[in-house]
Design a binder for this molecule. Structure first.
Ligand SMILES: [Fe+2]
Length: 242
């Protein structure tokens, strides 16, 4: 009897082996600060069942002037630490590009962008104001052979308030990455509501942890077991292709 009560009330985590969004390279953005913290979070994620972590340091011209060289250098240090600790997890690095003039110039100048999987480029924007170059950046990324991935769309106020823009982006086939913590209202009620809308429209292609530290990681079990996460069509998520 206890078993059936347990299974009715406590859902298991949705099964994911690959995470596509995190800040686990120490000291180069607002994510983990030290190698010890990095390893602590990576062990925790491995314990949740992740086999592959695609970590995505911020690249933002005003605050985080990361380059492919800086990111690869830190990645190698973290890989060594993972292997020294025998953690059964693979780690790769791409980036989370902030949509600013610097990113626009990288695209226009044909500079190397850090990608994952099928030439996916993860980008984020201002939380409040729609960037005037949003559609042009998406167009240019597509034209250059990249597949842009819009990070945590549920968190942008301008998108919550502009259903026409949301519809247009969905209709043009843009790939959207949902943050797991949005499903439990970690950021706000409005963000959770937007997450629900996007899940119900089957508009989500990736789910990511966006883990910056242990405090956020500690909510992931709850997030991946949440009612809302269970509404996702997990089989259609592209996490499984990576
Ligand atoms: Fe992020």
């Amino acid at each position: 009897m206890l078993t059936s009560w347990f299974s009715r009330t406590k859902k298991p985590m949705i099964q994911l082996y690959t995470d596509v969004h995190s800040h686990l390279l120490p000291g180069i953005d607002d994510g983990v600060k030290t190698m010890e913290e990095s390893i602590e979070v990576i062990k925790y994620l491995s314990g949740l069942g992740f086999k592959k972590l695609i970590t995505t340091p911020h690249i933002m011209s005003d605050y985080y002037k990361n380059t492919p060289e800086i990111i690869r250098g830190k990645l190698n240090e973290v890989k060594e630490a993972i292997s020294a600790e025998n953690i059964p997890v693979e780690i790769e690095a791409a980036a989370e590009y902030y949509l600013d003039e610097y990113f626009y110039k990288l695209i226009c100048d044909g500079k190397e962008l850090l990608t994952f999987g099928d030439n996916y480029v993860l980008f984020e924007t201002s939380f409040t104001v729609e960037p005037v170059i949003l559609k042009e950046v998406i167009f240019r990324l597509n034209s250059a052979g990249y597949n842009p991935v819009y990070a945590h769309p549920e968190r942008y106020i301008y998108l919550q308030e502009n259903k026409d823009l949301l519809n247009e982006l969905i209709d043009q086939g843009l790939l959207f990455q949902l943050n797991a913590l949005s499903t439990i209202g970690y950021y706000s009620k409005g963000v959770k509501k937007m997450a629900e809308t996007m899940i119900e429209r089957n508009a989500i292609s990736f789910i990511g942890s966006d883990t910056h530290n242990m405090q956020q990681a500690s909510f992931l079990h709850e997030a991946y077991s949440s009612k809302l996460a269970h509404k996702l069509d997990v089989s259609s998520l592209l996490n499984h292709t990576l």
